[in-house]
Design a protein around this ligand. Structure first.
Ligand code: ADP
Ligand code: MG
Length: 730
């Protein structure tokens, strides 16, 4: 790109007007889930007996037989064709990022030389995508049998454009999970089983416990023209160079500020399309960094919420382009300002109410509340390292640990009221707490738990796992990640904690301890055990790092080493006991994660080297030559002493540029060499470690010099859009 082209692109971006958004007269409640085959559509398009069978399948007690599947497919086809669908696809979540699909037309030969529209139960239930090039971590090499995708009836099918989309799990022929959804569903089953058993101590009628997830999706918008002029954004999703803009977020004027018109029009369009797909969008606002925004829906059952998040991320990118933007989902697109996360609000609820809700009507409610809080803490305490591993990636590492996002140590913030309550329980005796005054009346001396404030002032923004009234908010999840990775760990760990809790309580009961006393005693033990995970202080401070290490929490910061947590004996034991992932699956997944890490850093290093050598050095040298030319001409026209005096500043700049250029050129060489050495390493873990230790740091070191050249070189020559242009034009 020539420098005049940069001005042209900036100018065009600056004068862009908002794209018109269809001004709908109907209300969201009327067009919500228009393109979703939900229960309402099922009851309309399916025979009554088939509808009932489907409800039983969805609610979890019945298996799906082929005759039912055929009948469901027939109704689905009719509905989808009325919406203009001509194709269908299984839609799944492979271990790469994003989702995968392969479309098939509804067409079959009719035996008379023509075609008919056909869609059978078999097509609905199972597909065999040629999946040999999806990563499987060695579980299924390319010459072996294919994997297959199988319908997940608990997540409704939907229509996008001309295609009927069918949410599926993706597994190998030998049954190993090759995706996120299969283990997620297993973890949800595990937590349902364990939590239902514990909830019945308090409410014997509980039939089912669901895990809920409410995610908050952060993102940046950048003008499309500026985006395409940045090879680093194009290839890696983040800027690998660029000096801070003089003004960035220091005025705190973007957060909750008024939404720029072009952005508002994008948001409206996005929300309409998302609502039509059944995503219950609720909240939108400006985020802290310039050009950063957030969208949050109403929480949903976790499996559905994950699908909706994956769907929304795809939709965001698509709709952004229509509005002349690119949507950046990278966790840290710009250095020096906030990155993007995806807070995951998590809770468990029975078919009758939320289990983490603190507003107890009875002492029993309060004990139930404390039980589920303490066991959540036990889960997070036991697997704090693994929870961190579930959200670590080559991109999220740039966000974690900086003073804007959760620190790279998982701990939990409960707030004063709840902490006090746990202290009280820990130190008091059974008899102090339980006062049995007759068969019917059981009094628990647990101070009445007031409705826990959901007030922002009571929040600790530095805590990765904070209690916020009726849920925990896991804040370390990265903006572009599939939340399933974190939800698999969290729900499985919770299932394990509750299972162990129940085993111990039942032993006490079988020995003759009164049930409530047995629960209290076990809780008291657990409150002591998991104490190290509770931390209400400043998670960014250096003292906390030392203190956390003393408490035995995981303080590792190197991404490849954090991933080791997936293979520790405790992790393997937990996942296999809870029947979620086998050791072979864990090994395969880790291999993929390590390989993905390496490839991401590798791509960054390559494109960064290119930009340095093809864009930056040539321009810096050109400007340096202009200065040299000027110095010589000054010498020619002025008396020597005067020329010397006036040339002094330019000579300094020439020298500075020479130093920056030399550093860049020499270290790009080193960067290439470091890659070469790392690439020769066969073992995926060792290779990722080499990339982490030798390649990634060099990028940062070189960047410093590039960013300083940006401050010196003539603005008219500078080849790439600058931070102030990308962040303040909308
Ligand atoms: P914040 O103040 O944390 O930014 P938001 O309103 O942006 O809050 O998002 C909060 C998210 O938490 C929403 O998706 C909301 O539906 C969800 N949420 C609320 N209650 C629960 C709950 N009990 N379980 C799970 N998610 C919940
Ligand atoms: Mg939040």
């Amino acid at each position: 790109m020539s420098s005049t082209l940069r001005f042209q692109i900036v100018g065009e971006a600056f004068t862009k007007r908002p794209v018109e958004v269809p001004n709908r007269k109907d209300r969201p409640s009327e067009f919500f889930a228009k393109y979703v085959f939900n229960r309402q559509k099922m009851s309309k398009y399916l025979p009554a007996d088939i509808y009932k069978k489907m409800c039983d399948v969805i609610d979890g007690d019945a298996a799906l037989d082929m005759a039912t599947a055929d009948a469901v497919a027939a109704g689905m086809k009719k509905w989808a064709m009325e919406l203009g669908a001509t194709h269908c696809t299984h839609w799944f979540q492979p271990l790469t990022e994003g989702t995968a699909e392969k479309h098939d037309g509804f067409v079959e030969h009719n035996g008379k030389g023509g075609l008919i529209e056909e869609f059978t139960g078999k097509q609905l239930v199972q597909q065999e995508p040629d999946a040999s090039s999806f990563p499987s971590g060695g579980i299924r090499s390319t010459f072996e049998a294919r994997g297959y995708s199988a319908w997940d009836p608990t997540s409704p099918v939907f229509v996008i454009g001309d295609t009927l989309m069918i949410p599926t799990i993706f597994i190998s022929y030998t049954g190993e999970a090759l995706d996120y959804k299969a283990p997620l569903k297993k973890s949800l089953k595990a937590v349902d089983k364990a939590a239902t058993a514990v909830a019945r101590y308090f409410y014997p009628d509980v039939r089912k416990v669901v895990s809920n997830l409410g995610w908050e999706q952060e993102y940046f918008l950048v003008d499309e023209g500026l985006y395409t002029a940045r090879p680093d954004l194009l290839m890696t999703g983040r800027t690998l160079l660029g000096h801070n803009s003089a003004k960035n977020q220091q005025m705190d004027d973007h957060y909750f500020g008024s939404i720029p018109m072009r952005v508002a029009s994008f948001m409206k369009d996005l929300e309409i399309q998302a609502l039509e797909l059944g995503i219950p969008c609720k909240t939108r606002h400006n985020e802290v960094a310039p050009n950063q925004y957030e969208l949050a829906p109403i929480f949903e059952e976790t499996n559905l919420a994950v699908d909706h998040n994956m769907l929304l991320m795809g939709l965001m990118k698509k709709v952004a382009r229509k509005h002349g933007f690119r949507c950046l989902l990278h966790e840290k697109p710009f250095a020096g300002i906030n990155g993007s996360g995806k807070h995951c609000n998590w809770s468990l609820a029975t078919d009758t109410g939320v289990l983490l809700h603190g507003l107890g009507k009875t002492p029993l409610d309060n004990l139930r509340f404390v039980t589920f809080i303490v066991e959540s803490l036990m889960a997070v305490y036991r697997h704090n390292g693994l929870l961190k591993a579930s959200i670590i990636s080559a991109t999220n590492v740039h966000r974690l640990g900086a003073a804007e996002a959760p620190p790279a140590i998982v701990s939990s913030f409960l707030g004063k009221q709840l902490s006090d309550l746990l202290e009280h329980l820990e130190t008091s005796t059974d008899d102090e707490i339980i006062n049995l005054t007759g068969k019917q009346t059981l009094t628990l001396d647990i101070p009445q738990i007031p409705e826990l404030t959901q007030d922002n002032t009571d929040r600790n923004r530095t805590s990765p796992f904070a209690f916020t009234g009726n849920r925990f908010e896991f804040r370390a999840v990265g903006s572009q990640q599939n939340c399933a990775a974190a939800m698999i760990v969290l729900n499985t760990a919770m299932a394990e904690a509750l299972t162990d809790f129940k085993t111990r309580v039942d032993v006490l009961i079988s020995e003759g301890t009164e049930p409530m006393k047995a629960i209290l005693r076990t809780l008291r033990e657990d409150i002591k055990t998991c104490k190290p995970i509770r931390f209400d202080g400043n998670g960014y401070s250096d003292e906390w790092k030392q203190e956390a290490a003393r408490r035995g929490l995981d303080t590792e910061t190197s991404a490849p080493l954090i991933l080791d947590q997936y293979l520790t004996p405790e992790t393997v034991e937990m996942f296999s006991r809870m029947n979620v992932l086998t050791k072979a699956e864990l090994e395969a997944r880790n291999d993929i994660k390590l390989d993905t890490y390496t490839k991401k850093v590798q791509i960054e290093a390559r494109i960064f080297g290119d930009i340095c050598m093809n864009h930056i050095i040539p321009i810096a040298t050109r400007y340096q030559t202009q200065l040299v030319d000027n110095v010589q001409k000054m010498k020619a026209i002025l008396p020597a002493d005067e020329a010397e005096k006036l040339n002094r500043t330019n000579l300094t700049l020439i020298k500075q540029m020479g130093e920056h250029n030399t550093f860049i050129i020499e270290n790009v060489e080193r960067l290439i060499e470091a890659r070469r050495i790392a690439n020769r390493i066969k073992d995926s873990r060792e290779r990722a470690i080499a990339y982490h230790d030798t390649v990634a740091p060099l990028i940062e070191q070189i960047r410093y010099h590039v960013d300083h050249l940006e401050l010196i070189v003539d603005d008219e020559l500078w080849p790439l859009p600058k931070y102030r242009e990308m962040l303040f034009i909308h």
